[in-house]
Design a protein around this ligand. Sequence first.
Ligand SMILES: [Zn+2]
Length: 246
Amino acid sequence: MLERSGAAGVVLIIAAGTTIESCAAVRLLADSHPGVRAGVGLHPADLEGPMDDAVEAELRALAGHSSVVEWSETGLDYMPRSPRWDIQQDAFRRQIRLARELGLPIVFHSREASDDTLRILREEGAGEVGGAWHYFDGSLALAQTAMDLGFHISLAKPLLRLPELQAVAAALPLERIVIETDSYPQPFKKHRDRWTEPWHLPQVAAKLAELQETDVATVAQATTANYLRMLGGRVSAEELGIPAAP
Ligand SMILES: [Zn+2]
């Protein structure tokens, strides 16, 4: 996967853990591969119970490694089979406080939970560290509220197929957009070769360029610079072998 993404021109992969075990694994992956960094956090749909002090201590220790550059996949997921909402909200609040304590940007997940997500981000002062709304597929008004709170809008492959999202993307300021693919595995897709991988990122960039009526090089440069700025200098253009932003 890393070879395929490198060949496609992807210069940085943030591998996001979703459980304690996968956070430890992505940290090791990031430690041993120059174009990979890690995000740690607990995904709301992966919570097995309330987040307790022991889990918090483990996350804090993991987040202290230099290859961990953001807090990611915390948030709210209100799908029918997801964990109890009060458990999710408590874990989300605790993780926002940890991210603020450690000064890490928050890349959050929100599914069917926009109002509660934005309310908790606001109540917890998450804008102090900022970050991005990952896999955004909401309205322009929601995007505006998130941007007003200090967050970027992260667009992924739904941009290729959702006309409403395309209209939103056309209206967003390019300096507040970052792009991603979200990650494999996607066992719900029958064919392995249809799983999303980072080498698909240029497809998102090309669609965004078309919608913003600019060229793909401009989008690539802007979204990369936006992401590096969002990471607060934890990853430099030089380390990635690309020109520094003007
Ligand atoms: Zn997610």
